[in-house]
Design a protein around this ligand. Structure first.
Ligand code: SF4
Ligand code: SF4
Length: 478
């Protein structure tokens, strides 16, 4: 009996010691030296317990009545703690309804002309569109004019790393050219290959779903889901123009597609870790390029099957992708306004293809992000432009959400000349995908006590305001 209890106790102390060691090693690999220090302390503490346990066993301590009682108590406490932190507690039924669960009032479709990029990148003073827009929305004119006078949008003037950033800007612009190249009508809304023109392949929804998801993952996505499109997430009017097709500006967007295939690609951890320096923008634009590459291929593949499909990527959006991704079961919306996924946190970029190919939709998921974000607030505390709310969710356009202030965020982008990404870098959910972080994610998805514990530990291991990490050698600018 005593030997069985001793073996159990040995397992109880050896497993956390192994996890601590693995955390220590992965933190060094991730260049998280503060986390490595605390993981090292944790490992040494657990190693001390292992040595003590074996020493006491060799000394015959557990053969005494008192020793046996200590052993049993230790095992009960350890298993109690294990159950306490792993049991599924604190589920959020609202999350399982997707965006519908957050609707508390009447929702109006978004007008793409109102988004900060369309106002500052697309329309130019002296044009018909400029006049039309500010007659329609006079409240933005003074604000946007002042912003233009300050030097305009992203990358102008200068960047945070100037004057040594040139190679990173070169890489960023190279990736950015891909979505632009894939944003002509025949690319985002492709016809069938001439060989297949007029032929429709009859596939069951099960088979079509399996093929579409397999194809998307095969061409480079990390996550994929399908939703029936809620028309509220389709933009009402076109606002972004990239190929001088000005007749499209302001045109009402009518979409007859029933389904959206939404996918996410993981952004490189080591590049996002440098935010807001230029390497992080290499990651953003590289992933937008991947999104265009994946989306246009899927749209072409569906067109070859005889159905209609439209790719949504950085240079052509019919829909707002975060709510579509939530409805497609890819994650929940976080405090920072981005999609939070279980495996990568917010460290992803999204793409989508809308289609009339009959598919089987996925269900929204509850990963505990709403609860975690309510306690965490790290992104809001670290945002240099105070664009992320510290308070609880509020009703915005009929939906309960944390509303990012896109105006002040965009101004900060203009100031540093990158897309910042500090909020993404500091988010506890965006850590690397090493084994210890995977274990922690499993626990915080399941258990609300774990969310509180690991939120606290994140502040200890990484700091309340984590600093940027050095770029990988190839993207250094010093
Ligand atoms: S990208 Fe930067 S400025 Fe914008 S919300 Fe995130 S931290 Fe704030
Ligand atoms: S930093 Fe914290 S509050 Fe912000 S999105 Fe990430 S988990 Fe949520």
């Amino acid at each position: 009996m005593e030997s069985i209890l001793f073996s159990l106790a040995a397992v109880v102390v050896i497993i956390p010691a192994i996890v601590g060691l693995s955390y220590f090693i992965s933190s060094i690999r991730e260049k998280e030296m503060r986390a490595a220090f605390f993981a090292g302390v944790q490992f040494l503490f657990m190693l001390g317990l292992v040595i003590l346990l074996f020493y006491l066993e060799a000394a015959g301590f557990f053969k005494t009545g008192f020793g046996l009682a200590v052993l049993i108590l230790g095992i009960i406490l350890a298993f109690g703690l294990c159950v306490f932190l792993t049991k599924k507690i604190g589920s959020n039924p609202r999350a399982l309804e997707g965006t519908e669960g957050l609707m508390v009032g009447s929702v109006q479709r978004n007008d793409e002309r109102d988004i900060v990029f369309a106002r500052n990148r697309t329309i130019r003073p002296g044009t018909k569109q400029y006049q039309t827009y500010y007659e329609m929305r006079p409240e933005y004119q003074q604000f946007d004019t002042a912003r233009r006078e300050k030097g305009g949008p992203l990358g102008h003037p200068g960047t945070i790393d100037k004057p040594k950033d040139r190679p990173n800007v070169a890489a960023t612009m190279a990736s950015l050219s891909i979505p632009l190249h894939l944003s002509t009508e025949e690319k985002f809304n492709p016809p069938a290959h001439p060989e297949f023109k007029g032929q429709r392949v009859e596939l069951s929804p099960e088979s079509a779903t399996s093929r579409v998801k397999g194809f998307v993952l095969n061409v480079g996505a990390n996550l994929v889901g399908i939703t029936e499109i809620n028309p509220l997430w389709i933009y009402s009017n076109r606002g972004e123009i990239f190929h001088e097709n000005w007749e499209d500006w302001g045109r009402q967007i009518e979409l007859n597609h029933k389904y959206a295939v939404v996918f996410a690609t993981e952004m490189a951890f080591e590049l996002v870790g440098t935010a807001p320096q230029t390497p992080t923008t290499i990651a953003s634009m590289g992933n937008y390029a991947k999104g265009a590459f994946i989306g246009t291929q899927l749209a072409a593949c569906i067109a070859n099957l005889g159905y209609s499909a439209t790719a949504n990527h950085l240079r052509h959006y019919d829909a707002v992708l975060v709510p579509l991704a939530v409805d497609a079961g890819l994650g929940e919306t976080g405090r920072l306004g981005y999609l939070m996924t279980k495996d990568y946190g917010s460290r992803v970029r999204l793409g989508a293809v809308t289609t009339n190919l009959p598919l089987i939709p996925d269900k929204p998921i509850d990963i505990g992000a709403e609860d975690f974000c309510r306690i965490c607030k790290k992104c809001a505390n670290c945002c240099p432009s105070n664009s992320i709310p510290l308070e609880d969710q509020k009703e915005v356009n009929g939906t309960l959400r944390w509303k990012l202030n896109a105006e002040t965020c965009f101004d900060y982008w203009g100031k540093v000349g990158t897309d910042c990404n500090i909020c993404m870098r500091v988010c506890p959910w965006s850590h690397a995908t090493s084994l210890p972080h995977k274990l922690i994610r499993i626990l915080i998805v399941r258990n609300r006590f774990s969310r509180r514990l690991f939120n606290l530990m994140d502040n200890i291991f990484y700091g309340k305001k984590p600093k940027p990490k050095p770029a990988p050698q190839w993207a250094r600018y010093d």
